[in-house]
Design a protein around this ligand. Structure first.
Ligand SMILES: C[S@@+](CC[C@H](N)C(=O)[O-])C[C@H]1O[C@@H](n2cnc3c(N)ncnc32)[C@H](O)[C@@H]1O
Ligand code: SF4
Length: 272
């Protein structure tokens, strides 16, 4: 039997009536977001992980323990989840058992997406595990190796680049399709004029998408400066670079994405 039920349509802010079965389908749990560790090998200057007070909070600097993981996999068997996104504040590849966990998800029939800092050189075994992913986002704010180290600390551009190349080599050698690969750059005053260079880096590394996003300022940290601190000429140059990046990325079949209010923030600073 099917009936009607109400739900609020937030795009027009009024109740919207739909079929019960359609609504039940929307309520089905399909996509799980899981933070399987809150530990990390880095202490990026703009991230809460850089705060000792944050890490001292309960659960903010530890791996999800084995019995809870068993719960997660038990629930996955009972519920119609199709994908799991491994993210949160922490670095999944910092878990000692991260490779085994990826294969456990694969065996459970769940597609995995994850975000990684790619800071540590991966072994062949780890590269093979990465090739089981559906979607992978790698964090890289700048192609300026010295600036990257200053902001994201224990990370070298060389390691990120080597991992990207080795992953593609491994995919070719084993005949496996690599995951959809997106690079993510968090932008602040210090790296905002590297937008165009990042586009060329994305092209040379043959990724699928180059995403730029604005740094969200966290309290109590000493992060880089915000984009809103940029004088108008610097913001105008960043906007010009964003347009060039969009053009060259598109020409090379790479999706450019400017997340959230990044472009509006640059436009407002350029017009100030
Ligand atoms: C919290 S990290 C977790 C995954 C992994 N540790 C990494 O850095 O890729 C996920 C993404 O959030 C970004 N991020 C961290 N702090 C941020 C902030 N204050 N504003 C905007 N993005 C931030 C990181 O650069 C990274 O791309
Ligand atoms: S690598 Fe990711 S989780 Fe770790 S400190 Fe940097 S942004 Fe935060």
């Amino acid at each position: 039997m099917s009936g009607c039920s109400g739900i609020r349509d937030i795009s027009v802010d009024r109740p919207y009536v739909m079929d019960d079965e359609e609504l039940a389908r929307l309520f089905e749990p399909r996509h799980l977001i899981a933070e399987l560790t809150s530990r990390c090998n880095l202490r990026c200057r703009y991230c809460q992980k850089a705060l000792d007070t944050w890490n001292a909070l309960p659960g903010r600097d530890e791996d999800l323990p084995e019995p809870v993981l068993d719960n997660v996999f038990g629930a996955l068997r009972r519920l119609p989840f199709q994908t799991v996104q491994l993210s949160g504040i922490g670095e999944f590849t910092f878990r000692k058992d991260w490779v085994e966990l990826l294969y456990r998800f694969r065996d459970a029939g769940v597609a995995v997406t994850m975000i990684s800092n790619f800071a540590r050189p991966f072994t062949e075994r780890e590269l093979d595990a990465l090739l089981t992913l559906q979607h992978l986002m790698v964090s890289i704010d700048t192609t300026d190796a010295e600036l990257l180290k200053r902001v994201r600390r224990s990370v070298s551009l060389a390691n990120i680049t080597t991992n990207l190349v080795q992953m593609r080599m491994r995919a070719r050698k084993t005949g496996v399709s690599p995951p959809y690969l997106r690079l993510n750059a968090v932008l602040y005053l210090e790296n905002m004029l590297g937008i165009e260079d990042l586009a060329y880096y994305a092209i040379e590394n043959r990724v699928d998408e180059m995403q730029y996003e604005r740094m969200i300022l966290q309290t109590d940290l000493r992060p880089p400066h915000e984009l809103t601190d940029a004088p108008p000429d610097r913001a105008s140059e960043a906007l010009r670079q964003a347009q060039t990046a969009r053009d060259v990325l598109t020409q090379h079949g790479i999706r450019p994405s400017f997340h959230g209010d990044l472009l509006q923030t640059l436009e407002a600073s350029a017009a100030a």
